[in-house]
Design a protein around this ligand. Structure first.
Ligand SMILES: [Fe+2]
Length: 194
């Protein structure tokens, strides 16, 4: 008998069920990443049009698509990074889980090392750079470990499934300039900034 593959709908149901229990952060990541592992093991769970770069506009080499937005705040997106695609260091304003589905993506994490007394300024130090491969998950822990830069150094697109605890739209977030230390606040208009 063929094994029935885990669907996006099952993932949504499992995640919403988990969040209803009002779990602490540890449990969200523990259970949630076990669900996300099953989802990213089955690329067929995601409609094909959400697995390709948009192909036009200022960032045609990139794609970002909302797969689900729940009243609980749960947001699930697919993010496609074309070859050479890059996102400069930024935070998120909510917890997150990112699962790589096909190919590789390099994530560089930074820690903030200034005393946070100067408005609009942050000094970041590189913490680690990891090349994540298909089936692997990386976690975003607000305030603790979440400022990251993303790069696709390969020659073909990489798809990721992003899961957030809050709808990114309208959240107050920040981009960080590594050279000058300047913090640029932004509020996502769409789910278009990972
Ligand atoms: Fe991000």
């Amino acid at each position: 008998m063929a094994t029935v593959k885990y669907s996006l709908e099952e993932f949504v149901n499992d995640m919403e069920g988990l969040l209803k229990e009002q779990p602490d952060q540890h449990r969200i990541f523990d259970r949630g990443s076990s669900y996300l592992e099953k989802l990213i093991a089955n690329p067929a769970a995601i409609p094909e049009e959400y697995l390709v770069p948009v192909g036009q506009g200022a960032r045609g080499n990139h794609g970002s698509y909302a797969l689900y937005q729940g009243e609980s705040g749960l947001l699930i997106t697919s993010v496609v990074w074309g070859p050479g695609d890059h996102a400069s260091p930024h935070d998120h304003g909510t917890w997150g889980m990112i699962g790589v589905m096909g190919n590789h993506l390099t994530e560089t994490r930074f820690r903030r090392v200034d005393d946070r007394t100067v408005d609009g300024y942050a000094r970041l130090e590189k913490d680690r750079s990891v090349e994540f491969t298909s089936g692997e998950i990386t976690l975003l822990i607000p305030e603790v470990d979440e400022i990251h830069q993303m790069d696709n150094f390969t020659d073909r697109p990489t798809v990721e499934i992003h899961v957030y605890g809050d709808n990114l739209r309208g959240l107050n977030r920040s981009r960080y300039d590594l050279e000058s230390g300047k913090i640029t606040p932004f509020a996502t208009q769409k789910y278009d900034n990972c």
